[in-house]
Design a protein around this ligand. Structure first.
Ligand code: NAD
Ligand code: DAO
Ligand code: ZN
Ligand code: ZN
Length: 383
């Protein structure tokens, strides 16, 4: 407590350069900050995207990672909600409960520390990380690719059951996934779109985010869930998550039509809800135009490359389709993630099937390659 910790971290020195396992120094937490020993982290496509240099906000050198879990090592002045030993999940969308956004029922985008977080700093505008005499930037307010990290106390929640007094701890090696992908896809269905019983749904991109949309649609009682992906293995694997029909736009015979025209014709005029989980702006357009005339809603979850723009004919919206989007599934993070832990422990939602690989921390570059090449879903690294 109160001392600088030397530990291992995967440092992103520059875009596209393999992450390098280095010894770094982690300064003690300042006021309203918490230092955490990260026990597990997964790799999300967004980490890859920032590393690739396509993200204008990608900042180097830095410590990436935002889907993790760990144990509180020490707390800074004024921290009341956490103590050493607590099992916790870092949150890239904070919840301060004071700002206009937190007080507004329609958004989860707390803005309290937004600017400094975007610049790669703690809320006071400084970094807690150094390596070889150089300052390292934080990433998404979480930086989970490190044995120790420091986060704001509004960017953290307890990874424990709210309901049970008997078994207070959930396994950190799976609930780490609630830090991003699964919460995002699931929340898109229950919060952002409020998918109804008997609804028809189509999902573009069957990675972790897309399959959590499928999971949410199934929990909501959707009667038809169409999965769209270019990789046949993804389509096949999606059936176990509840996809009722699969479409590979690359190999299917569209009879000269656009994919969206073909879908509208073959699926009853289109879907009640469609979701983009690819980050591809072409797929976003297909998803919007596959929503049913008059009432269909399309939700963008994928993060597009810098400079990309979406387009459609305005008449698509005039005639009753709705285009929306979501960050972290609309969950007000501090209040909601512990409830998601409960839902996992009570088997309402599942996490285990999303873990297709487990590996040691020093294999992190392999985990990056896998997410880029669409192999498996999540690799959980033991840090
Ligand atoms: P992933 O790489 O595991 O999955 C993406 C899938 O999309 C792959 O299976 C790929 O084959 C498929 N795909 C790509 N282009 C396609 C196309 N044109 N048509 C159909 N399928 C296509 O990634 P993931 O971790 O599941 O993340 C998905 C997206 O969501 C990423 O863009 C990521 O940055 C974004 N994301 C957003 C949020 C948010 O809060 N909005 C949170 C997490 C992730
Ligand atoms: O408040 O302006 C803001 C941004 C909050 C962060 C939203 C990021 C959502 C997409 C990033 C992908 C998730 C890993
Ligand atoms: Zn993510
Ligand atoms: Zn706030």
């Amino acid at each position: 407590e109160g001392k600088v910790i030397s530990c291992k971290a995967a440092v992103a020195w520059e875009a596209q350069k393999p992450l390098s396992i280095e010894t770094i120094e982690v300064a003690p937490p300042k006021a309203h900050e918490v230092r955490i020993m990260i026990t597990h982290t997964a790799v999300c496509h967004t980490d890859w995207y920032s590393w690739s240099g396509k993200d204008p906000e990608g900042i180097f050198p830095s410590i990436l990672g935002h889907e993790g879990a760990g144990i509180v090592e020490s707390v800074g002045e004024g921290v009341t909600g956490f103590k050493p030993g607590d099992h916790v999940i870092p949150l890239f969308v904070p919840q301060c409960k004071e700002c206009d956004f937190c007080k507004h029922p329609k958004t989860n985008l707390c803005q309290k520390i937004r600017i400094q977080q975007g610049r790669g700093y703690m809320p006071d505008g400084t970094s807690r990380f150094t390596c070889k005499g150089k300052e390292l930037k934080h990433y998404m307010g979480t930086s989970t690719f490190s044995e120790y990290t420091v986060v704001a106390d509004i960017s953290l929640c307890k990874a424990k059951l709210l309901l049970s007094q008997i078994n207070p701890s959930a396994p950190l090696n799976t609930v780490c996934l609630l830090g991003c992908g699964i919460s995002t896809g699931y929340g898109a269905t229950v919060n952002t779109c409020k998918v109804e019983q008997g609804a028809t749904v189509a999902v573009w991109g069957l990675g972790t985010v897309g399959l959590s949309v499928v999971m949410g649609a199934k929990v909501a009682g959707a009667k038809q869930i169409v999965g769209v992906d270019m990789i046949d293995e993804k389509l096949e694997a999606a059936k176990a998550f509840g996809v009722t029909h699969t479409v590979n736009p690359k190999t299917i015979d569209l009879g000269g039509k656009k994919l969206q025209e073909w879908l509208v014709e073959n699926f009853n005029g289109g879907f009640d809800f469609t979701f983009d989980c690819t980050g591809n702006v072409g797929a976003m357009r297909q998803a919007l135009e596959s929503a049913h005339k008059g009432w269909g809603e399309s939700c963008i979850i994928g993060v597009a490359a810098a400079g990309e723009e979406i387009s459609t004919r305005p008449f698509q919206l005039v005639t009753g389709r709705v285009w929306k989007g979501t960050a972290f599934g609309g969950w007000k993070s501090v209040d909601s993630v512990p409830k998601l832990v409960d839902e996992y422990m009570n088997k309402k939602i599942q996490l285990d099937d999303f873990v297709t690989h487990r590996a040691e921390f020093d294999q992190i570059n392999d985990a990056f390659d896998m997410i880029h090449h669409g192999k498996g879903l999540r690799t959980v690294l033991t840090v």
